[in-house]
Design a binder for this molecule. Structure first.
Ligand SMILES: Cc1ncc(C[n+]2csc(CCOP(=O)(O)OP(=O)(O)O)c2C)c(N)n1
Ligand SMILES: [Mg+2]
Length: 370
């Protein structure tokens, strides 16, 4: 089926619709675009957005590998191999893999703590990520740090600053440098729904908008900031309504649909490369587990909402179903991809556990202390 002109152009969204916006119900097979105060619904015609078989299966492998890496780390934590704590991103695999898969090798990825999939698809080996979590020498910080406070310079992935919001001005700064050098390269970064309440978010997005910088901002709206609910986080109906305030285009999408994430992000990255400035994308998912491994999620989560998102919007299950129903892949091909993704995660864990701990005598090496 081909996309009609009306679908491409969009159907105006009324202010009444925007005031009643429901992330679960209203983003079924469609997305919202905002160009100034011009808000439009677009239906998503998956049939027009099929990548090649190889790309489809590559995306599948990395989504499955992301989940396998995080589940392997979760059991390693329970076996006592991870000092401190660990944050995982069950439910965010499509948003992370779909977006970061649009970047070129020479472009910078500026991830947050729920973007394991972005690390993996950009080329950060699972073995390095795991060695970092285990506090070993083969991790990028050589045992000095843990959790997702991690970067990987060989693949142009920045180290994460723990203070929420701080990476937005970093991404804007990288994009400013790319623009000054005339490289034509885009930069991609993420922020949580909670992170949008920080001053750094405002400063970074505003600066990028004013200077038309080649950067794409993805708001990973997973409906919680630790225990803080969305209604306690912002008073507008959706975070995408902030885009017109900055004078940049905005898109509100279902972040559990990898083909939609790929379409919207690749278009935003192309605009950045072409010198057309930043884009704000609100990617809605649900954090399908606790804030961290020690969090008693069931104490405060809306269990009915969690059940809906788990049953109907698990990104991996949605993509498995799509691949099979569209005839893109057979059940055997899908199962083989899952098996390889898991086996690779387990091999990475075994290899990472062979890496030594740092020598205590070298504790202060490479550590900045004024
Ligand atoms: C300035 C700051 N305050 C608090 C924290 C502790 N903290 C780490 S993650 C997190 C939740 C952030 O929520 P959100 O931005 O929605 O991201 P999510 O964890 O949901 O992906 C908090 C409060 C921090 N790292 N930095
Ligand atoms: Mg959040």
């Amino acid at each position: 089926m081909s996309e009609t002109t009306a679908e491409r152009a969009g159907i105006p969204a009324t202010s009444d619709e925007l005031a009643r916006l429901d992330y679960f119900e209203d983003l079924r097979d469609r997305y919202l675009s905002l160009d100034g105060l011009d808000a439009k619904w677009h239906s998503f015609e998956r049939e027009n957005s099929y990548p090649s078989f190889e790309t489809c299966m590559r995306l599948h492998y990395f989504m499955s590998h992301t989940r396998a890496v995080e589940e392997t780390l979760d059991s390693a934590f329970r076996s006592g191999h991870i000092p401190g704590t660990a944050y995982f991103a069950r439910g965010n695999e499509a948003a992370s893999v779909g977006s970061a898969s649009c970047l070129r090798d020479e472009e910078w990825l500026v991830p947050m703590h729920r973007n394991c999939g972005a690390h993996l698809v950009k080329g950060h080996p699972a073995r390095s990520i795991m060695a970092h979590f285990f506090g070993r020498m083969d991790g990028p910080s050589r045992g000095r740090d843990g959790n997702f406070h991690i970067g990987y310079r060989p693949k142009k992935i920045t180290q994460l600053i723990s203070h929420i919001g701080s990476m937005i001005p970093v991404a804007a700064g990288i994009a400013w440098a790319e623009k000054a050098r005339g490289t034509g390269r885009a930069t991609l970064t993420y922020i949580g729904d909670g992170g949008t309440s920080t001053g750094d978010f405002h400063e970074g997005v505003n600066f990028a908008a004013v200077h038309k910088l080649p950067v794409v901002f993805i708001i990973d709206n997973n409906q919680y900031a630790y225990k803080t609910l969305l209604k306690e986080q912002y008073a507008c109906k959706s975070l995408i309504l902030k885009a017109p305030g900055y004078g940049i285009p905005g898109f509100l999408i279902d972040g559990t649909d990898i083909l939609l994430v790929r379409k919207i992000c690749s278009e935003a990255i192309d605009r950045a490369r072409a010198g057309e400035g930043p884009t704000l994308i609100e990617s809605v998912t649900m954090r399908l587990a606790g804030h961290s491994v020690y969090d008693k999620y069931s104490d405060y989560v809306d269990l009915e909402n969690l059940r809906r998102w788990t049953n109907e919007r698990d990104p991996l299950e949605r993509y498995d179903t799509f691949l099979e129903e569209s005839g893109m892949a057979t059940i055997e091909e899908i199962s083989a991809s899952h098996a390889r993704a898991r086996a690779d995660a387990e091999t990475a864990r075994d290899e990472a556990l062979k890496s030594p701990f740092p020598d205590p005598a070298t504790l202060n090496d490479d550590v900045y202390a004024p």
